[in-house]
Design a protein around this ligand. Structure first.
Ligand code: APR
Length: 321
């Protein structure tokens, strides 16, 4: 049986961590494409030279030629410019749309059967454009946002409650922007509602609510918090880890239920847009969107987020993409 071939389009910060994680987990052979000459070749050589130490036995190849991605099973796209301090994800729209257009045209030509995970920002717009240009079926094009946003939310809850993050489940829905919707009602520690533990901790419902609201807000701003600290780029370790969780579920047909930026066909009352929702990820890509009942407040917040996605997509279309 042949090994999976994984194309990384973009060999920057996230691309580099992706290549290393894929190699260490032996998920498949890696081909990393970037427009910058020698950069992907240098990164891949560096990673390959750790193979004896880490004990992996796969091919890690850098290239500036799209032809080398031919026949890839999985494509992970990070090509584009990252956010700089003070810059919103939406500011990136025009620049990254131009890049995404070229990427999509080339993946369509060289890897027409691949499943694609888009990471480039502004995510909801980039994944929409990529889907439009490739014409790939909905199940084979998705975006990474929710796995990371949910992990951030879970991390803050674990820190606050002083429990292992492994036991915290937290879900974030909606667009990958300031309007994202952390679902407080279902945040739990091994099934126990996180709010209940918080209320017991503080012995005061209002105080517990205040603390939870602060964690929700921090989750929504978490990308910006990292940008502010790094000063020269945006988060890269955690987005790479998040995409790897998705890739593993697809490659090993795990059918994990992960929050994914998926194309909606009426689910959650949305048709024709990419929005962050829980979905089953398996060998066919997005195999099923899982719906659950939202309460009135959650519904309003999700609608608000969907509207933000719609206006972002409309902006992009107005710009000619
Ligand atoms: N084709 C391929 N690669 C490109 C192109 C292009 N047309 N234009 C730029 N690139 C490459 C850059 O050369 C760079 O190596 O994309 C890479 C992006 O890497 P970084 O700038 O290090 O950005 P990174 O931190 O990896 O984030 C990538 O993911 O989370 C998002 O907001 C983030 O949009 C950004 C993307």
């Amino acid at each position: 049986m042949s090994r999976k071939k994984i194309a990384l389009i973009g060999g920057g910060q996230i691309g580099g961590v992706l290549a290393q994680l894929i190699a260490q987990r032996q998920l498949g052979d890696v081909v990393m494409y970037d427009i910058v000459e020698d950069l992907p070749q240098g990164k891949c050589l560096d990673i390959a030279e750790a193979s004896r130490i880490d004990g992996f036995d796969i091919v890690v190849k850098g290239t500036n030629d799209y032809k080398d991605i031919e026949g890839s099973d999985l494509v992970i796209v990070t090509a584009g410019l990252p956010r700089r301090p003070g810059m919103s994800r939406d500011d990136l729209l025009t620049t990254n749309a131009k890049i995404m257009k070229t990427v999509a045209e080339n993946v369509k030509q060289y890897a027409p059967n691949a499943i694609s995970i888009i990471i480039s920002n502004p995510l909801d717009a980039m994944v929409t454009l990529y889907k439009k240009i490739t014409g790939f079926p909905e199940n084979r094009v998705m975006g990474q946002a929710g796995v990371l946003d949910s992990s951030r939310f879970a991390t803050f809850i674990a820190w606050e409650l002083g429990v292992s993050v492994k036991d915290v489940n937290a879900l974030v829905l909606g667009g990958h922007g300031d309007t994202m919707v952390p679902i407080v009602r279902y945040a739990n520690v091994n099934g126990i509602p996180a709010m209940e533990i918080l209320e017991k901790k503080y012995g005061d419902k209002n105080k517990a609510k205040e603390v939870m609201t602060a964690m929700v807000e921090r989750t929504k701003q978490a990308g910006g918090e990292v940008v502010k600290l790094l000063k020269t780029g945006s988060a890269f370790y955690s987005p790479a880890s998040a995409a790897i969780a998705m890739a593993e579920s697809i490659i090993y047909d795990e059918k994990r239920v992960l929050p994914v930026c998926a194309y909606l066909n009426g689910e959650y009352g949305v048709k024709g847009y990419y929005v962050g929702v829980p979905a089953v990820l398996g060998e066919k890509g997005v195999e099923k969107v899982i719906e659950f009942d939202l309460d009135a407040e959650e519904k309003a917040l999700l609608n608000n987020s969907v509207n933000a996605v719609k206006s972002l997509v409309a902006d992009m279309e107005r710009l000619g993409f």
